[in-house]
Ligand binder design. Structure first.
Ligand SMILES: [Zn+2]
Length: 388
């Protein structure tokens, strides 16, 4: 290690990470930048793991293990001509860092590296791990591997939150309802059975379906998003089949079967089948498997010791920065359910406005990075101090 080396500045590192392209499945360049930065910052160990996550460890012997983590993969660059500043520029203009991954979520990972280096200098017992994970935007394999391969007691997940504390988010289940009718000439509709009309009646009935609600996560929802009829190539035939996609947002404790049971309850007749579509995905290592379109919900118990510590620490850090403390849940899915495997608590907090993620306006306030670095350092030290 090189003790004289200056700790990398979070903004500079975030900019270098943005310049290193890392669309899901091709994270290598960004992962290499991150590993090198961890080594420069004096981590005891920094390397790529078996699936390409960048993992750095500061080991100070027996004690708790805290994991600071975020994903380094991004969605595609989008229409490059629509960007005010090129998506791989990593430019800092008027107090904002620009580019794909700036808010979702390379900045948070950069802040975590800097925060860990500062925590190291402050001194602690236990282990502090920083991990930049791969494949979050596709299927979460990176974080699933972290959960399998690392021992840790508590996780801080840096998805963008405008510097608000996040306790979790709803899950998502895609349900495909397939209505079966009978084809006929549209001039003689009585000879057929119109699957489109059955689907339309179902959409109306869906508004009345009873779904659970949670004080923190809000109501579960079931929203029809797409209707396709068959045969699709003609317009003068009574459709014999209709497929309705329903986007369901779920709560913790609500299983896929619970969702399907609720949706079946809105159906008046038996000529409809409900199922969850799946896609063939390639796992790191090359094996393929069928992955159903299900993303679980996650909720950290608001009255847990982990949540209480987060509130205390963040209130202190934010007050000093004159940023109001706020608490809630994310409106999008994250890797938190994977990282929480085995009952390990996950606290959410990140720099930047989540609404800018995946857009051609993606950018983050530099001042958020300064506050987030401080917050990650103080959260890490508090949890390493055994107060979770
Ligand atoms: Zn993200």
């Amino acid at each position: 290690m090189m003790p004289d080396m200056p700790v990398p500045d979070a903004v500079e590192l975030a900019s270098r990470l943005v310049k290193a392209p890392s669309v899901s499945g091709s994270e290598g360049p960004a992962a290499q930048v991150l590993v090198a930065a961890m080594r420069d910052a004096g981590f005891d160990d920094a390397r790529l793991d078996a699936v390409g996550n960048a993992v750095g460890i500061i080991d100070r012997g027996p004690g708790p293990t805290v994991l600071l983590t975020g994903h380094i993969d991004t969605v595609s660059l989008g229409d490059e001509s629509a960007w005010e500043h090129p998506p791989l520029s990593g430019a800092v203009v008027d107090g904002r860092l620009w580019g794909r991954g700036s808010v979702d979520m390379k900045s948070a990972v950069a802040c975590m590296v800097q925060a860990a280096a500062e925590a190291k200098d402050a001194g602690f017992r236990g282990r502090l791990i920083v991990a930049g994970s791969v494949l979050e935007e596709t299927n979460g394999f990176g974080s699933m591997h972290l959960a399998r391969s690392l021992d840790y007691d508590v996780v801080v997940l840096g998805e963008p939150s405008k510097l608000h504390l996040k306790l979790g988010h709803k899950g998502r289940v895609e349900v495909l309802a397939t209505f079966t009718g009978a084809i006929a000439h549209a001039a003689q509709p009585d000879l057929g059975k119109n699957a489109l009309e059955a689907a339309a009646r179902y959409v109306a009935a869906l508004e009345q379906v009873e779904l659970p609600t949670s004080q923190v996560l809000g109501p579960a929802t079931a929203t029809p998003t797409r209707l396709v009829t068959y045969p699709s190539s003609t317009t003068n035939v009574v459709p014999g089949k209709a497929e309705l996609m329903v986007d369901c947002r779920t709560l913790t404790g609500q299983s896929v079967e619970d969702v399907l049971t609720a949706l079946r309850g809105a159906s008046a007749n038996g000529a409809v089948e409900f199922g969850v579509p799946s896609s063939t995905v390639v796992e790191p290592g090359g094996q393929t498997r069928e992955s159903p379109h299900v993303a679980p919900a996650y909720l950290l118990a608001p009255d847990s010791a982990t949540a209480r510590t987060a509130r205390t620490v963040l209130r202190g850090v934010l007050e000093e920065a004159a940023v109001p403390f706020e608490e809630g849940v994310w409106w999008f899915c994250t890797d938190a359910p994977h990282l929480s495997a085995g009952g390990r608590p996950v606290v959410g907090f990140g720099p930047g406005e989540e609404e800018l993620a995946h857009t051609t306006r993606e950018s983050v306030k530099v001042s958020d990075l300064v506050v987030a670095t401080r917050a990650y350092r103080e959260l890490a030290l508090a949890y390493l101090g055994g107060t979770q």
